[in-house]
Design a binder for this molecule. Sequence first.
Ligand code: SF4
Length: 328
Amino acid sequence: MATPAKERVLSGMRPSGKLHLGNYLGALANWVKLQDELDCYYFVADWHALTDDLDTSDVPGYTVEMLADWLGAGLDPERATLFIQSLVPEHAELHLLFSMTTPVTWLERVPTYRERIEQQHLESPSYGLLGYPLLQSADILMYKPRWVPVGIDQAPHVELTREVARRFNNAFGPVFPEPEVKLTEIPKVPGTDGRKMSKSYNNTIDLADTVETIARKIRPMVTDPARKRRTDPGNPEVCPVFDLHRVYSTEAERQEVTQGCRTAGIGCLDCKGILIRHMVEELQPLHEKRAYYAAHPNEAMQVFTAGSERARQVAQETMAQVREAVHI
Ligand code: SF4
């Protein structure tokens, strides 16, 4: 009996340089898991980088860093199609056609568009910024995926994609199935200063960090502010270090740490030592593999060029159907 085809899933990431643990635990680790269950398409959204900054001189370097992170984390070109958006120019053609069917008001009401205008005081936002969610819709619908894995805050973008598909299908006939959101559970990942881990706060732990760097960043990490002296009892529930224990340490060790913290039985440095040991155990193999690809960027690029050719075949099939439907 033939094996039923796996359902397809699609997701992408903008090339913004080295990935940190927030990026890894919030998306990439989940992508790696999905490789065995689903037909996965993952892409580097390099055209989207133009909506951040027209100076794109960093994009090639950032792309290589990200490819190394993806491969280091365990994305496997044998089990997933890994590609680069700009190597599949059909995305731009589909974006153009969607721009003919989608009302401007749909795009103007996208919350991230309004936020960007307000935060950056943009007096004359580009058409590309307004059309960004439409390019995202083209990226997704091109591959007719069943699922789009996103965090809850990204779910409205997938809803817009469904509306774009419906509108196109109503005008030209049923070409695009509507994808569904696959909600990704995102653990709380604090940065070393206790705020959300983010490049803009300069508080990240990166997949590229060595064992020594991880230890150097964790040792001075912010803890329960009420625990000023070694003899003060602490509260793990308000301690960012403990949030990382939830990700990396065993249940038994979390209980030990909780007990030790609440009774001042252990010091914060002992507690961080346990965390560092677990983080290093888990992250070192990733680090070594990513270091290999960072040192051999041509090999990483070859993987993505081959993946882009595979993706392009699917894109060309979709575009043949689209062109037939629109009679152009
Ligand atoms: S002992 Fe651990 S959990 Fe308690 S305050 Fe210190 S670092 Fe945080």
